[in-house]
Design a protein around this ligand. Structure first.
Ligand code: ATP
Length: 293
């Protein structure tokens, strides 16, 4: 029975990973406006960002005709602060991230940035203020330089290299056969998971967006890559509004605010100390389970 079960389980896991890769690619395409334009109100004004405060107000969401995945969710991500979304698998954390660039629209309720309903502003202006880093990074066919420049097509070579330095990627890029001109993607050189992540962080940095959406992977990197990626992320997060689907205890502990979700609802919120102190709280229970992470 075990022998029959194991490959099936591996296949199921692979399926999930592939679906995630597709979602990541679609998110990146959406953010970079490489997707055909979706609905936009004619004559809509541009989004004007000052503090970059993100607010979900009574957000209910269903994929198509299905059940509500998010149920009257209220969340405030303060400008310049890190808000971590935690909770069991399927709680709706990634769905929240995908609503902010209007990859999908809420079925009820609204999302506001600095008080402006994001469904009422131009998509280009909304997405210009957002950057997305998934820790299952997606590389496009092309050179390393192209892959960073996708973040902001008009960025100069110097700006691309500056972003790479800030993302702790410059040194390994110089060590590639053709430096910044080295092809990556299916027909290019093979980069390690940590190197790919740093490229995707550089791509986000070159965008200079005030709001960073971060989807943390559960899969671990080796210690050296992990440290480099963490430093790159710390740089990227500094001074930005960060909404992160957090799996690592270190990210969660450092967050200014933790939102604990389950079954599409916000169950608890607070910082690590305050939540961990609630004896019967969901966070305290999750935290015990997660201790080895
Ligand atoms: P995880 O930690 O496993 O990523 P999560 O909290 O991020 O979980 P979501 O990925 O937001 O949860 O998923 C919430 C629910 O929505 C799940 O039941 C999932 O199966 C469903 N779901 C996610 N994406 C889609 C989609 N594109 N179409 C239909 N249902 C979806």
């Amino acid at each position: 029975l075990l022998m029959a079960y194991d490959p099936a389980r591996r296949l199921a896991k692979l399926q999930v990973q592939m679906e995630r890769a597709v979602v990541n690619a679609r998110m990146i395409y959406a953010l970079l406006d490489l997707q055909p334009q979706q609905r936009e109100r004619p004559g809509a004004p541009d989004l004007v960002v000052s503090e970059a405060r993100v607010e979900l107000k009574g957000v209910t969401f269903r994929y198509g005709e299905g059940d509500a995945i998010l149920k009257a969710v209220d969340i405030v991500a303060e400008g310049g602060k890190t808000t971590a979304l935690v909770g069991p698998s399927g709680a709706g954390k990634s769905t929240i991230i995908s609503l902010i660039p209007r990859f999908y629209d809420p079925s009820e309720g609204a999302i506001l940035i600095d008080g402006q309903d994001i469904s009422q502003v131009t998509k280009a202006s909304l997405r210009q203020h957002l950057a997305y880093v998934s820790q299952q990074p997606y590389l496009f066919e092309g050179t390393i330089r192209d892959n960073i420049r996708y973040g902001r097509p008009e960025a100069s070579d110097a700006e691309v290299e500056e972003a790479a330095r800030l993302a702790y990627a410059h040194d390994f890029i110089l060590a590639q056969p053709q430096s910044y001109e080295t092809p990556v993607g299916e027909n290019g050189v093979t980069l390690s998971g940590g190197q790919r992540q740093r490229l995707s962080i550089a791509r986000a940095l070159v965008r200079r967006a005030p709001i960073l959406l971060l989807d943390e992977a559960t899969s671990a990197l080796d210690n050296e890559s992990e440290a480099a990626v963490q430093k790159a992320l710390d740089t990227a997060m500094k001074g930005r509004t960060v909404v992160v689907v957090a799996h690592r205890l270190s990210t969660i502990v450092k967050a200014d605010k933790i939102i604990v979700m389950a079954e599409g609802r916000v169950m608890e919120e607070g910082n690590h100390e305050s939540l961990a102190r609630r004896p019967d709280g969901l966070y305290a229970r999750l935290n015990n389970l997660q201790a080895p992470v």
